[in-house]
Design a binder for this molecule. Sequence first.
Ligand code: MN
Ligand code: MN
Length: 420
Amino acid sequence: MRSGVSNGKAEVSRRKFLAGSTALATAVGALSGVGTAQEAQESVRKASDKSKSDPGPTNSSIDAQNPSSVVPPVTDAGSVPMFKYPFSLSHKRLHQGGWSREVTVRELPVSKSIAGVDMRLTAGGIRELHWHAAAEWAFMLYGSARITAIDANGKSFVADVNEGDLWYFPTGIPHSIQGLGPDGAEFLLVFDDGNFSEYATVLLSEWMAHTPREVLAKNFGVGTQALNKLQTQELFIFQSEVPPPLTADQRAAAGAMGPSALDFAFRLTQQPVTQRTKGGEVRIIDSSLFKASTTIAAAIVTVHPGGMRELHWHPNADEWQYYISGKGRMTVFATGSRARTADFEAGDVGYVQQTLPHYIENTGDTDLRFLEMFKSSFYQDLSLSEWLSHTPPELVMAHLNIDKATLDALPKEKLVIVPH
Ligand code: MN
Ligand code: MN
């Protein structure tokens, strides 16, 4: 019955929306003297509840989460490739010490430029020492962890990260992550390659297991006896003890060389909000602020109930999204009169191809929080409002059949989140 209630609510808001859009469609149709698309929309709108009914088998719990698929907005049209994948559908690798699951181009074929991993580590749980061919950007979702690395000069980096903090490890830089007390951590890892897989990383344990003991003994200058207990298979994630105080680990790792001058971590919560409106707020973090993050730019967005991430697009890169909390609905408009709407909630991944227009509405009664990620050193977007308000007015009015007063009412700058 939950699905019935949910669909009913969606239907009510859809009707409200239709009341406005139909008037506009009629006006535009009357002025232009054509209206094939509008006529098609009219016929969808007029489809009776009987036509929309679904008497056959259906997955009612998935339907309840996806009202925009059950009854699409009349403005949706054509075949836009699927741009949603919930982490809940991913295979989970369970270990003593935690788990991980990934969304890559294999799960979500449109997501060619970025892949993501959701990982949980218990207190003391270790994601083993490793590196990979993609660069790694991370967002702490819960708890705290200790991260370690060495920089390209071999100098050590050891830091503790808490909820809301970020880190970035460049391609080929070795690193580890370990959950701290009281309850470890959960975090999102974002890789600058959709084809990345967490199954394809260089692991210390596997490297040692596939190198002859005699060679390792020669390399380290020790006897083979000392290496008798080396791992013979991968660790990946394993349970250990909570590490000693941070300063002790930092001092021991730095040794005589001293620590790295690079900071691979970033304290997001210490950064001021980039833009705040009545509708919400956004923090934009790219390499201009987070120097280490040379291949990933991010926007951390909060949309209040009733607010909307405004109509916009990104000239420079595809957008990979992770929904942290709340409920939302995104429509992506594509070339050839195509548009598609999908519903999102916590744990879902969304994707928008470079340059395609889109907007995201908060459809819930709590704040909608999500990440926008780009494979780029810099963040870039253009808004529909700033485009139209910085184009000669006669030119815009000739396109839209709106009067000067309406045009003048448009926001003059990018708001990111509406209302102003
Ligand atoms: Mn990694
Ligand atoms: Mn966007």
